[in-house]
Design a protein around this ligand. Structure first.
Ligand SMILES: Nc1ncnc2c1ncn2[C@@H]1O[C@H](COP(=O)(O)OP(=O)(O)OP(=O)(O)O)[C@@H](O)[C@H]1O
Length: 248
């Protein structure tokens, strides 16, 4: 049986006066490719931030790789690509190589020396996302989809065991979205990286993922993708409003 690497038990959260997450419990196992679905404002980004230790829950328990979140010391095992990673304009003064290399700081510490094989590590990370020929380019000259791949390479260079992505395809055109998700599948299958993805692209991801979680303040469903396929559209609408529409 696969190892449980992320576990949330009865987690609740509120921003000042707004209750955002209510009694959330779920587990993610090593090798899962989990899509978190939910309407705008349903708490998806908040849930990820709690998972990453950026926000503290009001109640509940979180375990990462079997350790309580508070004492977990291997943050570099969890790579994060945020919603707004692909928002650099053409004047931003950094090359693709520099952006990817900056991801090593998470692993070696901000003020320590870069490893001797840093250039090779940059090359490998760019290769994994199909961007090796863009190494010397300015990050701001790339399309949104290409920038997003570079930020995944930046996360990969720290050798994460889990990759957490918050709506990574916003602003990417349909054709590039397909190949973007194919790239995530190969990271998941070939490098055994567990993937947690917040997305609205239900139809595009549905044949690529292993698990689905439907979130709207609380987890209404979490299970295998095949079980998700059995849920009626009527039930989904009840949980999600009209944000999740399955294509058959
Ligand atoms: N820093 C904050 N202070 C107060 N309220 C916040 C803050 N961040 C988010 N919220 C509120 O918390 C709720 C959940 O927000 P969150 O960003 O987690 O939702 P989401 O599901 O990721 O939404 P979207 O799909 O639109 O990105 C929303 O009602 C939002 O307005």
């Amino acid at each position: 049986m696969s190892k449980t690497i992320i576990e949330m038990k009865n987690v609740s959260f509120q921003y000042e006066y707004t209750q955002v997450l209510n009694n959330i419990s779920f587990k993610v196992n090593e090798g899962d490719f989990l899509a978190i679905l939910g309407p705008n404002g349903s708490g998806k980004s908040t849930l990820l931030k709690i998972l990453l230790g950026l926000l503290k829950p009001l109640a509940g328990e979180i375990k990462l790789f079997g350790q309580p979140n508070d004492t977990f010391r291997h943050r570099e095992w969890i790579g994060y690509v945020s919603q707004k990673s692909n928002a650099f304009n053409s004047g931003f003064p950094a090359t693709v190589e520099e952006v990817v290399k900056s991801g090593l700081a998470k692993k070696v510490g901000l003020f320590k020396r870069m490893p001797n094989d840093a250039a090779k590590q940059v090359q490998d990370a760019l290769k994994a996302v199909g961007m090796e020929s863009f190494r010397g380019k300015n990050i701001g000259e790339l399309s949104g989809g290409q920038q997003q791949r570079v930020f995944i390479a930046r996360a990969l260079i720290a050798k994460p065991k889990v990759l957490v992505l918050d709506e990574p395809t916003v602003g990417i055109d349909h054709e590039n979205v397909q190949s973007f998700y194919d790239m995530l599948v190969s990271l998941n299958k070939e490098q055994n990286i567990t993937i947690i993805l917040v997305t609205h692209d239900v139809d595009t991801v549905s044949n690529r993922i292993s698990h689905v979680a439907c979130l709207n303040q609380t987890i209404h469903f979490h299970g295998y993708k095949q079980e998700f396929d059995e849920i009626s559209q009527e039930q989904l609408d009840k949980w999600q409003g009209h944000a999740v529409r399955k294509i058959h």
